[in-house]
Design a protein around this ligand. Structure first.
Ligand SMILES: Cc1cc2nc3c(=O)[nH]c(=O)nc-3n(C[C@H](O)[C@H](O)[C@H](O)COP(=O)(O)OP(=O)(O)OC[C@H]3O[C@@H](n4cnc5c(N)ncnc54)[C@H](O)[C@@H]3O)c2cc1C
Length: 374
């Protein structure tokens, strides 16, 4: 049996866990990160790559603004921009009800300094002649963007390592308990880590870590499906979405179309998030309705990944209510890539100062009726 002792143990090597490790190291805090597979290999590495504030739940906007500031300084922070680009985001309406929803949301978020332009059917055709008839209008947010998810998690992991974090991949946490000194964390393979503080950044599996401390979170896994095509002459700069979320699509400057629609079928114990071919076929049909030229590109790969969705579609980002020294940051419900580099900053503040300057009250685990503060 191997034993390790540290100040802070982090369960989960997605962007939330790896960025937390980096920020804690920048504060001089000793950190051991435990990842059951490889850093950045779960949702953080397989997602669509959309970085958007327009259309988010209003209570997430302060955290989204904080994350945006990190996206903007990625080269200085990580030595790579991770292909982050401010391309704008075009949210498409299929009918008048969608358009009314986009308008209402644009008005509601104006207080958060997010500029959105409503585009009518004729203006949309003139600006984006490649769009199909299925889009009857749109909301345009020029400050939104996209990045390459495959690069971001590993870049944070490398930076955390270089800053002195210890990262153990292939190390599933099997149990964790609160002790008089802090926490004892037992991993598969016999590693036991003792830490004064613990971060639960276990993504879709975060509910299981919370349950080890008697905290119950209504969270279910989803497995969104993705498609990438061969390169095609580049013509779509903005990221696209449609009201209702049935399609999200972007083209990268190398030419590939990357898009997502539909869900696979998996449980948290399935080794992979498998792709259902019938969902891929449906996704292709939807994509062609909105961007007809997609029909000319060959699909080269499909994939899926696990994400945890809470019952109110908001993350759990807060100190534990039962175990002092434990901080939860999981359950980003399909929208956490955009938030993740700012989430790490918030978690590092919670761990080292016990408070954060970013409003996170709506994400308290107590909303699910968890036990009162210990
Ligand atoms: C297909 C797809 C498309 C998406 N598209 C977007 C998008 O365009 N924009 C957006 O903002 N968000 C998107 N999301 C959501 C986003 O990817 C996630 O919210 C975000 O990456 C969550 O990051 P994380 O670090 O919390 O979790 P993860 O990246 O899932 O990391 C959690 C880590 O914890 C590890 N772990 C779990 N249990 C244990 C254990 N017991 N012991 C050790 N390690 C453990 C896992 O192996 C995993 O690596 C998408 C998600 C998916 C799946």
């Amino acid at each position: 049996m191997e034993r390790l002792s540290t100040e802070v143990a982090i369960v989960g090597g997605g962007i939330v866990g790896c960025s937390t490790a980096l920020y804690l190291r920048q504060r001089g805090v000793p950190v051991v990160l435990l990842e059951k597979s490889a850093t950045g290999a779960a949702a953080s590495g397989v997602n669509f790559g959309g970085i958007r504030r327009n259309g988010r739940a209003l209570n997430e906007l302060p955290l989204a603004a904080r994350a945006l500031a990190v996206w903007r300084r990625m080269p200085a922070l990580l030595g790579s921009d991770c292909e982050y680009a401010v391309t704008g985001h075009l949210k498409l309406a299929r009918n008048d009800a969608d358009m009314a929803e986009l308008e209402a949301h644009a008005r509601a978020q104006a207080a958060y300094d997010i500029e959105v332009e409503m585009i009518s059917r004729n203006a949309l055709r003139a600006r984006y002649p490649w769009l199909g008839e299925a889009a009857i209008g749109a909301a345009w947010c020029a400050s939104d963007g996209q990045a390459n998810p495959r690069l971001v998690g590993p870049a944070f992991a490398r930076a955390a390592l270089a800053a002195g974090a210890e990262i153990r991949e292939g190390t599933p946490v099997e149990h964790a308990t609160r002790t008089s000194e802090g926490f004892e964390i037992g991993c598969a393979g016999g590693l036991v880590v003792t830490a004064r503080k613990l971060v639960n950044a276990a993504g879709a599996w975060g509910g299981r870590i919370a349950a080890m401390f008697g905290e119950t979170v209504p969270i279910e896994p989803i497995t969104p499906q993705m498609i990438v095509t061969e390169p095609y002459p580049y013509f779509i700069e903005p990221a696209l979405g449609i009201v209702g979320g049935d399609l999200y699509l972007r083209q990268i400057p190398r030419g590939n179309f990357i898009f997502g629609s539909g869900f696979g079928d998996a449980t948290l114990d399935t080794p992979h998030a498998y792709v259902l071919p019938r969902e891929t076929i449906k996704a292709l049909a939807i994509a062609v309705k909105f961007v007809p030229r997609i029909a000319e590109a060959s699909v080269v790969r499909v994939w899926s990944g696990f994400e945890g969705v809470t019952s109110d579609h908001s993350p759990v980002l807060c100190p534990s209510r039962t175990a002092p020294g434990l901080v939860h940051a999981f359950g980003f419900s399909g929208y956490g890539f955009a938030l993740s580099p700012g989430t790490g900053e918030v978690v590092a503040e919670l761990v080292s100062e016990g408070a954060t300057s970013t409003p996170i009250e709506p994400f308290d685990i107590a909303r699910f009726g968890a036990a009162p503060p210990a």
